[in-house]
Design a protein around this ligand. Structure first.
Ligand code: M6R
Length: 604
């Protein structure tokens, strides 16, 4: 995920900006850049790859007097990771850095192109600096021009902008993407997209609220809220512990990542949802020409999200879809026909088995698509087309937000294909798009739910095993719930289709067998309920997760009432993630780095 830093003061701004970007490295990035205004002159440097490349480029650049500077690490969303696409973006006399996505950038860009502006990059960000300079010509006041620019932007952003006429000012705006400003007794100002770059430099920080914008000078921190009213800064003391700052106060990265799903899913959706259609700018529409079948291939959690997609693609897009575990597919001499679109799914884009199947599909002449979280990874470079999931760096070995964003992409893709295949009416697609917009809210972890799961987790620490059961898309979710629990609790857990239990596993049922039953109100509720009753009758300990009270359950985790089963899916996903987390915590395990596991499995 992109990172932002900014600095205003007397000290060595180059070192401060590069040091700040280093502190944000843990978020992941594929290029970086800085721009510094000193002695009335701008200097800007950009480099792809690691920060060391930027350090090398700036080694002869000296900043030894008052200056203002902005810096950025970029995680590509619009446009490839190239130097031209790296931030800061330049106008004629201004520079901007930006996190987030400007949803209406295409409309703004069209107007700016008509005005004769030349664009250097493929990014959405570049419109900000040109729009600012266009407004500056009219308003003649940099602050008014900045204010007007912000009012013209739609989407999510944290923005820093510097301009030549204002050599002691940094303009800022925040909406939907995090940013804070720090101050100290030396009248310096520091900006960043998270706490860590500010630790050791600032004593007090102000976290901007959505809609805040304004400017800093050596003597002033002017913050205006959405409605244009000037605000007093709300300073809080800055933490001094970097690791805990990286975890944003959560106990574990996995916990932070579960809570972060609200924001990252919003990023996944950004710019892709329209009134009655889903758009993937990154896909060439000819990709689906001549395609009669989709084959999905992945490992682990990514396999589970792909299994969810098989239900959605056949149900909504009316396209034949099959799925394979990558490590099986690669050795079983599969028959591959050219009317099949081969889709690999991977958080890392580096998983050896999945990568190998992609190579096989390419060698067989199939069209290929990768759904991936890491731009420029091996799979992204190899596949014909790519959809990035935009989950940001996932540090917990047990995947959470990667799964959530993958399923979100698959739901969107099923509607994209439904439109193409005329498989759903425009009204139905519009209805589902409205539901998609509700996904971020449905993954919000409520204090009540977390507290309840924390309390009941103490009953699930022993016993001889767990069955997570569900039907339809809740079967892959059951598999994912069981995988999460196994990975971090080291307890035996299986995911099973609810209707299959009576074909064998029910023989295991007794009070020491824990059944985690996924009971969606809006999909096969009665069928799934009967299956759980069969287990309850055999004295299995039942923990039901549902929006509907279930009297045969020993424990009950209530999710919010939803309008659709897919929203119930996301609500339950959070519940099973938190349940695994809390069981693991009680068992005293290393939640973020479970034994025997690696984050990226680059060997067979
Ligand atoms: O990076 P990938 O999505 O290709 O990784 C696949 C699996 O190794 C991964 O999902 C693994 O199962 C996780 N530890 C699950 O939490």
């Amino acid at each position: 995920m992109c990172g932002i830093v900014g600095y205003l003061g007397q000290k060595n701004s180059k070192e401060i900006l590069l040091g700040g970007l280093k502190e944000l490295e843990y978020r992941g990035y594929d290029s970086a850049g800085i721009a510094v205004l000193q002695d009335g002159k701008f200097e800007s440097f950009k480099a792809i790859g690691k920060l060391i490349n930027l350090e090398e480029k700036t080694k002869n650049f000296v900043t030894d007097k008052f200056s203002i500077g902005i810096g950025h690490t970029r995680w590509a969303t619009h446009g490839k990771p190239t130097e031209l696409n790296a931030h800061p973006h330049i106008g004629s006399e201004s520079y901007v850095v930006h996190n987030g996505i400007i949803e209406n950038y295409a409309a703004l860009k069209t107007e700016l192109l008509k005005d004769g502006i030349t664009f250097l990059s493929q990014t959405d960000t570049e419109v900000i600096v040109h729009q600012f300079e266009k407004n500056l010509k009219i308003t003649k006041s940099s602050f008014e021009a900045f204010k007007k620019t912000i009012s013209q932007l739609e989407g999510a952003y944290a923005i820093l902008l510097v301009t030549k006429g204002k050599e002691k000012t940094i303009f800022f705006a925040k909406n939907g993407s995090p940013m804070l400003v720090g101050v100290n007794a030396e009248n310096e100002k520091y900006f960043a997209s998270s706490d860590t770059p500010l630790i050791g430099h600032c004593t007090d920080v102000n976290y901007f609220e959505d809609g805040d914008y304004g400017y800093v000078t050596p003597d002033e921190l002017a913050i205006f809220s959405k409605d244009g009213k000037k605000q007093e800064p709300k300073f809080t003391k800055l933490s001094t512990n970097k690791l805990s700052a990286q975890k944003d106060g959560f106990r574990f990265f996995m916990e932070k990542e579960i809570y972060e799903q609200v924001d990252v899913i919003a990023d996944t959706l950004l710019g892709r949802l329209h009134d009655n259609e889903v758009l993937f700018d990154e896909l060439d529409p000819t990709l689906f020409e001549g395609i009669n079948e989709i084959k999905l291939c992945a490992c682990g959690t990514s396999y589970h999200s792909a299994l969810t997609a098989t239900y959605l693609f056949e149900r909504y897009s009316k396209i034949k879809t099959s799925i394979e575990v990558a490590s099986e597919f690669r050795y079983r001499s599969p028959i591959m026909s050219k009317d099949t679109l081969f889709v690999v799914i991977s958080q890392s884009g580096e998983t050896a088995d999945t990568l190998e199947t992609l190579k096989m599909a390419k060698a067989a002449g199939l069209k290929t698509l990768v759904i991936c979280n890491v731009d420029n990874s091996s799979m992204v470079r190899l596949a014909d087309a790519c959809i990035l999931t935009r989950a940001g760096v996932e540090k917990g070995v047990a995947s959470t937000k990667a799964f959530a964003t993958q399923v979100t992409v698959f739901w969107m893709l099923s509607l994209y294909l439904a439109k193409k295949n005329k498989a759903l009416s425009n009204e139905e697609i519009a209805r589902q798009i409205t539901l998609l917009r509700e996904v971020p809210a449905s993954v919000k972890v409520s204090d009540d739910m977390h507290e309840r799961i924390k309390r009941l987790s103490k009953r699930y620490l022993h016993g001889h095993g767990f069955f997570f059961i569900g039907r339809d898309v809740f079967y892959p979710l059951a598999l994912e719930g069981a995988l999460k629990l196994k990975e971090i609790s080291y307890l035996h857990a299986e995911g099973y289709p609810s209707g299959e239990m009576k074909h064998g596993p029910i023989a295991l049922a007794d009070p020491e067998l824990f059944t985690i039953a996924l009971l969606p109100q809006h999909l096969l509720y009665d069928k799934a309920k009967s299956n759980v009753e069969e287990l309850s009758a055999r004295d299995s300990t039942i923990c039901a997760i549902s929006a509907v009270e279930f009297d045969k359950a020993d424990d009950f985790i209530a999710i919010n009432k939803c309008k659709d089963y897919m929203l119930e899916f996301f609500e339950m996903m959070v519940a099973v993630q938190v349940l695994s987390l809390e069981i693991s915590v009680r068992l005293g395990n290393d939640v973020d780095m479970p034994r025997n596991l690696a984050k990226s499995v680059t060997v067979e």
